[in-house]
Design a protein around this ligand. Sequence first.
Ligand code: LLP
Length: 420
Amino acid sequence: MLSHFSYRNNQLHAEKVPLADIAERFGTPCYIYSKAALTAALDEFRQTLADSASGVETLICYAIKANSNLAILNLFSRMGAGFDIVSGGELARALAARADPRKIVFSGAGKRADEIEAALEAGILCFNIESAEELDRINNIAQRLGKRAPVSLRVNPDVDAGTHPYISTGLKENKFGVPVKEAEILYRRAAHLAGIEIKGIDCHIGSQILDPSPFFEALDKILLLADRLAADGILLSHIDLGGGLGICYREDEPAPTVASYLQPILDRLRGRGQKLILEPGRRLVGNAGLLLTKIEILKPGEHKNFAVVDAAMNDLARPALYDAWHDIVPVAPRQEETRNWEIVGPICESGDFLGHERPLALQTGDLLAIRSAGAYGMAMSSNYNTRPRAPEIMVDGAHVHLIRRREELAELYAQEQMLP
Ligand code: LLP
């Protein structure tokens, strides 16, 4: 994993560029992405599809929420990808990145009327509908605009994705989608609505899934439903299996190949004449990015040794939020003896940590790379503690592109107003 970030002459590089050079030029903390890694991640899907010769038409709709930088969206769009959006904001971003609206699917349990209107005006591929009320809302808006809204119902297949409870979505106790039985009734109703055009069926069972078998279980359930609907003349032109394929965050937890996930799916769809839509997020960007940070203060102690770095939970929330593991490695490894360090940010909360008990040889001023931070890193960052958000940099071979500049302090309170 992470071959696009590797050591040369004892210096960690992004492709051909030493990370220390980027720190020097743009400061820390900063997010660094490898264009080759992003391209390779999407290519793994494309190659598997080409190799399988299954004849199943497929559209990869990158889930923008994982990392919504325009440069990344534009890169994937140019490679032919579509997008999975969950808000009017993500629609605006996708269009700003020159995405093809006819390759956009719109997910999310609480779409507002203005967001639905904007998506109808843009001419998106499909709304993934999550409730009876949403079906009516979209029907009404489409009719008012003299349009027919293309829709799928997001079915909750009640399978256990075997992942963190916060990112598991396909169990019946989760708030997402409609149960299979209810979906069947809703489809029959939708078929008679003048503002609705039934396009497909959708499910998304969770995220960071390392054993792909729940995907197949979910697909089997929705195909049975699709067949029952077809018997009644309700024909679905696509099957959307959502996102969720996991990545490798630590060496002892390898991720499945795209082929081991996709091939059994294609086998099930072969000959059915339905298009496959996938909504991978993390898998396309997670391992293509890292967060570069500098050690500000070392505080060795009797019980714990703290390394206070200049990145914090506002930059990368995943450790604080999910107790998630990110590998943390030195940019220029030292030969000295290691000790166990708590890698923490400067924010006044005990939850502000990036890694526990990491055996490292550290000195103040050293640079550390927090790996696998390309997904749900910058996208979930905040300005907590009035900390400007980090810049984002894309490396392409020996070229370094600033794709989002660091926020300036005055921007952080520019929208605020004191009382007269
Ligand atoms: N489609 C839908 C409808 C989703 O809700 C999601 C993610 C995806 C696709 C993309 O899933 P992925 O391929 O990235 O697993 N913040 C959490 C992850 C939340 C995922 C939410 N839904 C984290 O940092 O782990």
